[in-house]
Design a protein around this ligand. Structure first.
Ligand SMILES: [Zn+2]
Length: 280
């Protein structure tokens, strides 16, 4: 009798392949399917020359793109203490080591100081290649220290988000980072120093719910997925079909959640102009 046979549990959907520019001489754009010479794509700041699809870039590439020249990395040695001794299919400590091997960083954010349009600026760039750009204690601490440094030296702050949200392997400690960073940003605000938040694909979960949306100016790259919960969870909760383009930059701009959507090739110029405007 098969009345009570358990339905096979659907496997979790495979996490989509990282949409970075793939290795090889030729690459296929995931959006327009055009076959492109890889060098042309990289020269174009990893934006498809045919359809302007924005490939994901690493934190270090991002910093090279935004700073005028050389930059000095801050707090490079901060490493997660694995406070819960967490393991799922693999021990968390092993995931941390794998992340380091893959990205040459000890956690999912690289913070640095350098010049932007000739002005000393602190920038934190999130690294999606490190456990999905998730925010744990180290990311929280690095952003907070970058804010404190900005206050000390009277510099503007920029954070480039690219994150799946809070890091579950650090449990509630990663959620606490939301409050900690928000409080530090309030002090930056009291010091009358600007914070420009740049949201890239994807910016979700606890990162959206805290600093990514707290910028004096919130700028996004075109087509970026930005939201708190994913569209499937929302659809299941409200039992409604979501509108076209929901949670993409352009939709959010139209609905007042963002100030600007800027093509990556124009981003540096827009950032310099914004800092000029905000710093006087
Ligand atoms: Zn394309």
């Amino acid at each position: 009798m098969a009345w009570f046979r358990r339905e096979p549990t659907p496997l979790l959907p495979r996490a989509s392949a990282e949409s970075r520019v793939p290795e090889g001489l030729w690459v296929k754009c995931g959006s327009c399917k055009e076959i492109l010479y890889r060098k042309d794509v990289l020269k174009n700041l990893s934006v498809c020359p045919k359809c302007a699809f924005h490939f994901r870039i690493s934190a270090r590439e991002r910093l090279d793109m935004l700073f005028d020249g050389a930059w000095e990395e801050l707090d490079r040695g901060l490493v997660s203490a694995d406070p819960l001794g967490f393991r799922d299919s693999r021990p968390y400590a092993e995931r941390l080591r794998a992340g380091k091997a893959k990205t040459d960083s000890w956690d999912a954010l690289v913070s640095a100081v350098g010049l932007v349009g000739g002005r000393r600026t602190a920038i934190g760039a999130m690294e999606y290649g490190f456990i999905g750009g998730s925010m744990g204690v180290v990311v929280g601490e690095k952003v907070t220290r970058a804010i404190e440094r900005a206050i000390e030296e009277k510099m503007p702050l920029v954070v480039v988000s690219c994150s799946g949200g809070a890091r579950m392997m650090e449990g509630t400690l990663s959620l606490m980072q939301m409050a900690k960073i928000s409080a530090a940003l309030a002090r930056l605000h009291e010091a009358r120093l600007p914070f420009v938040s740049i949201l890239t694909d994807p910016t979700t979960g606890g990162v959206t719910a805290s600093y990514a949306m707290l910028g004096d100016i919130n700028v996004a790259e075109p087509g970026a997925l930005i939201g708190f919960a994913g569209p499937r969870v929302i659809e299941q909760t409200i039992r409604q079909k979501l509108p076209e383009g929901f949670q993409r930059s352009e939709f959010l701009l139209e609905h007042g959640m963002l100030d600007m959507v800027v093509d990556r090739r124009e981003l540096k110029k827009a950032l310099v102009r914004s800092l000029q405007l905000l710093m006087g």
